[in-house]
Design a protein around this ligand. Structure first.
Ligand SMILES: [Zn+2]
Length: 258
């Protein structure tokens, strides 16, 4: 798993960073509060995350700096909890400290109404396939999608397959990745579920480059199913795609014998 050069604590509660800035000082950049503890740069996110970074330093150096500044970090967290008026204590927050995963992005910084235009998504996707090649592009997109699919199931904990499908559908639709429906009329051998996606942000209206390119969506479905089943024997194939000349994208989910 790829690791980032930053370290985070979680307050576990949402934070009004503007309110905190008025009491504690620091710089408000958009919705992020920036402060400093010695040479360590501190970012407080509206989600309640406290991120420590050190510019142009290796992670091992940051670790050393964190160790040397333990007292300063504790008092910063204590002051922050007080300013934000949240019900927790510094000891609990300190226990959540961990090195960031490279995929640990924080959506609270972007805001929920943000949308990437589908044209931009498609340009990025098709360029990736053309320049990195099918194999690398596919791995890149699948990995990103799988992360999202797994996160979704871990967070929402669907109880059955119906809830799982509803969750994936909602995720794709709310993020404008596409509209999803289960195809039930044709039963194909060994296929667990058939999912059809229209208005696909990655491919709808794309030219035919004779490749199925919606590996992000494929990854979301695979990650969600694998996490739900607690098994890695799930395989998802994109059998139809706009970029293969179809007018919709279609995914077949296989659950191989566990
Ligand atoms: Zn597609």
């Amino acid at each position: 798993m790829a690791k980032a050069h930053s370290f985070s604590y979680q307050i576990g509660k949402k934070i009004d960073t503007a309110k905190v800035q008025k009491k504690m000082g620091g710089k408000l950049i958009g919705s992020v509060l920036e402060s400093r503890i010695d040479e360590i740069k501190v970012h407080v996110f509206p989600s309640g995350r406290i991120r420590l970074t050190a510019q142009d330093k290796e992670y091992s150096e940051l670790q050393q700096m964190i160790f040397n500044n333990t007292v300063g970090i504790i008092s910063f967290i204590e002051e922050l909890i007080k300013a934000a008026g949240v019900n927790t204590d510094a000891k609990t927050v300190m226990k959540t400290g961990k090195q960031d995963d490279a995929y640990d992005y924080d959506q609270s910084v972007i805001g929920e109404e943000t949308r990437i235009p589908a044209g931009v998504m498609q340009m990025i996707t098709i360029s990736l396939y053309q320049f990195a090649g099918q194999f690398q592009a596919s791995r890149t997109m699948t990995q990103a999608g799988e992360k999202e699919g797994r996160r979704l199931v871990k967070e929402k904990k669907p109880k059955n397959k119906k809830e799982l499908l509803k969750l994936v559908k909602k995720f794709l639709e709310e993020n404008s990745f596409g509209k999803m429906e289960e195809v039930k009329e044709e039963k194909r051998r060994l296929v667990d579920v058939i999912l059809r996606v229209t208005s696909c942000a990655f491919a709808s209206g794309a030219p035919n480059i004779n490749e199925a390119i919606c590996d992000f969506t494929r990854g979301v479905i695979r990650g969600a199913f694998a996490e739900f089943k607690g098994a890695e024997t799930v395989s998802v194939k994109e059998t139809r795609c706009w970029a293969k000349g179809d007018a919709y994208c279609e995914f077949e989910v296989y659950s191989l014998a566990a």
